[in-house]
Unconditional design. Structure first.
Ligand SMILES: O=P(O)(O)OC[C@H]1O[C@H](OP(=O)(O)OP(=O)(O)O)[C@H](O)[C@@H]1O
Ligand code: HPA
Length: 177
């Protein structure tokens, strides 16, 4: 597969896997004293697919898991600012939700979904991101669990795409655009 020019590996697959094991352990500890029946893990499709699968398997907790399709970038490198939620999430009524996404970039996607979940009556939403462009979003939303803080570069691989391509690369690559 031809990679975009000026791209390089930011995190290789082994580094990603090891970090996910660490996050999974922190999540396990957090929920250790909770009623597992009250918790639902909700991951944001499509980008979080690989992260959510790996995290869920590593957590090894008997909780429900589902995805919701949310999109705001399309083929662009910038958020359109219009976060579209394609699945009905009105039936997510768990008391506690663990919201999982591949990346916290501007924070708009997560903020929109959190507001919707809260308006459904979900009491607690904990967030878990593999990547956080913290310098860019100026800490507008503090993740409860996160993998790596990254600089303001466009990244792809391990679920993250450029216009629908490269999601299935095992490494996370960065790209100067
Ligand atoms: O913090 P933000 O600036 O809102 O960006 C983060 C969101 O952007 C990407 O989704 P995208 O809209 O590209 O859809 P996709 O997951 O299907 O690629 C990514 O998967 C996150 O969900
Ligand atoms: O850097 C990114 N890469 C891929 N998808 C994204 N969605 C928001 N930011 C990014």
């Amino acid at each position: 597969m031809k990679l975009p020019p000026n791209s390089s590996v930011l995190f290789d697959s082994q580094t990603i896997r090891s970090r996910i094991l660490e996050i999974a352990e922190k999540v396990r500890q957090y929920y250790a004293s909770c009623d597992l029946g009250e918790i639902e893990m909700v991951w944001i499709a499509e980008g979080a697919r690989h992260f959510a699968d790996a995290l869920f398997n590593a957590m090894n907790l008997s909780i429900k898991m589902r995805s919701i399709k949310v999109s705001s970038y399309g083929k662009s490198f910038e958020s359109s600012g219009d976060v579209k939620i394609y699945d009905s999430i009105n039936d997510i009524k768990a008391r506690r939700v663990l919201l999982v996404d591949d990346i916290l970039d501007t924070g708009l996607t997560a903020k929109t979904v959190i507001a919707k979940l809260k308006s459904n009556g979900v009491e607690e939403v904990k967030t878990c991101f593999l990547l956080n462009k913290a310098e860019k979003n100026k800490g507008c939303l503090k993740p409860d669990f996160e993998g790596f803080e990254i600089p303001d570069k466009y990244v792809f691989g391990f679920g993250l795409d450029i216009a629908g391509e490269y999601r299935d690369l095992p490494d996370i690559m960065a790209f100067d655009y």
